[in-house]
Design a protein around this ligand. Structure first.
Ligand code: LLP
Length: 418
């Protein structure tokens, strides 16, 4: 590489023995690149969040279900949650035992429920009617329930999952009705869970949510676990010096709340958290290539292969991702300019980075979209019949390996073969 605007990845030695230009040359563009060392670090940080002994980190695999990443997470001793039979299926393939999976179901059919039950996976239901369904198909079974304690948080209204205006969880007003259904079908409620929303950078709302769900938990005397959900934020504005979430402080606060509650409840139950983004966001960079530049009515556009088919977050939530630039050519000047980096999808909302002041991007430059490991590939699509990118893992020894191949055109025909 001759030139780069790449402070964040250089500091981390993100690309190991390779560099973005070589990776794109070898595996094509666009390309998801993951760093194993960073993934392991994040797993360990959360495993050590509290000193309370019965503490489990359930990785929320919806953020990134790449098989090799799941295997690393498993090796680090985390468990997983699942949001669909597909996630259960891939988690089992990655080597998780059924009892290490918590299926957090939401509005599912009897067949779907049965798939989890038959696989030996613990199910959490999300409404009274789904509890009924569970009872009808699995009388005498063990079950968990997701509550909505009325507290919500999140980086965008679309990702606030707790609170009085969301579809999730059971309103605690119905605790008596729950007990009735549990009795009717001889069910044992062994766990309760919640998830208030995604991406908090200070712990107040999380702690508040925990206190409310623990209040709810006190109504049931046979619990084995309470799961507080995910939402742990990461600094998407690293280039502006954004601070990290203070895990040490959060862990201390959490420890106090947990120990006090356990003393009252009289049983050292298991507490779980369910982070997705925190585990995988920062171990992933999305690489793409600049193919054109132009000025349209005073706005400068950098045209790339980074369409919203590859990374939806900016289009869907106006999310910010820091941008790096890597070049084969030395830069003659250090001029900066305001640009929009856009993709190749036939929609005007196809903007991955809006009004950014960046060093001049030239055709042929490689563009790195940082913190793209969570909700990146999993939300990608074949819209416009574009091919989903390959995924590469930088191993701990710095070597790069392909962990999922790029779609090929024939993949677009696969489901017509019947
Ligand atoms: N548990 C449950 C029940 C959830 O619904 C979620 C995320 C998580 C755990 C993990 O949340 P995390 O720790 O990753 O914040 N696509 C959006 C995020 C949607 C999250 C939905 N639920 C994004 O790209 O920001």
């Amino acid at each position: 590489m001759q030139w780069s605007f790449a402070e964040v990845t250089e500091k981390e030695n993100f690309y190991g023995n390779s560099n973005p230009l070589e990776l794109v040359e070898e595996y094509g563009s666009p390309l998801y690149v993951y760093n194993e060392r960073i993934l392991r670090e994040r797993c360990r940080e959360l495993k050590n969040l509290v000193s309370y002994p019965n503490f489990v980190v359930n990785y929320s695999a919806k953020a990134n279900t790449n098989l090799e990443l799941l295997k690393v997470v498993k090796e680090e001793g985390l468990q997983v949650d699942a949001m669909s039979p597909g996630e259960i299926f891939i988690e089992l393939k990655a080597g998780f035992e059924p009892e290490e999976i918590l299926y957090i179901s939401n509005n599912v059919s009897a067949e779907e429920l049965q798939y989890a039950i038959d696989a030996g996976v613990m199910v959490s239901v999300d409404s009274l009617s789904q509890l009924e369904l569970f009872g009808q198909t699995n009388e005498g079974g063990e079950v968990a329930i997701r509550f909505n304690p009325g507290v919500g948080a999140g980086h965008h209204e679309k990702v606030v999952t707790g609170g009085k205006k969301t579809k999730f969880g059971v309103d605690p007003r119905y605790i008596d009705d729950i007990k009735e259904i549990l009795n009717k079908y001889n069910l044992r409620l062994i766990g309760i869970n919640q998830h208030i929303g995604s991406l908090f950078m200070e712990g107040d709302s999380y702690i508040e949510g925990i206190k409310s769900v623990l209040d709810i938990a006190s109504n049931f005397d046979d619990l084995e676990f309470v799961d507080f959900g995910g939402g742990f934020g990461i600094p998407y504005h690293k280039q502006d010096g954004q601070e990290r979430l203070d895990l040490a402080q959060l862990g201390e606060r959490l420890d106090k709340v947990l120990r006090a509650w356990v003393a009252e409840y009289g049983k050292e139950i298991t507490f779980k958290i369910e982070p997705g983004r925190y585990i995988v966001a920062e171990c992933g960079v999305l690489l793409g290539q600049a193919y054109s530049t132009k000025v349209n009515y005073d706005r400068k556009y950098v045209g790339s292969d980074l369409g919203f088919n590859v990374l939806m977050r900016p289009m869907l939530y106006e999310s910010h991702h820091d941008v790096e630039i890597y070049s084969k050519e030395d830069r003659a000047s250090d001029k900066k300019e305001e640009v929009l980096i856009v993709g190749n999808i036939c929609e005007s909302g196809d903007i991955i980075a809006k009004n950014r002041v960046l060093p001049e991007i030239l055709e042929g430059d490689i563009i790195g979209i940082l913190d793209a490991g969570a909700y990146g590939y999993v939300m990608s699509s074949n819209y416009n019949q574009r091919l989903r990118p390959a995924e590469v893992l930088i191993k701990e020894d710095g070597e790069d390996i392909l962990v999922r191949r790029r779609d090929i055109l024939e993949d677009l025909m696969r489901n017509y073969e019947f």
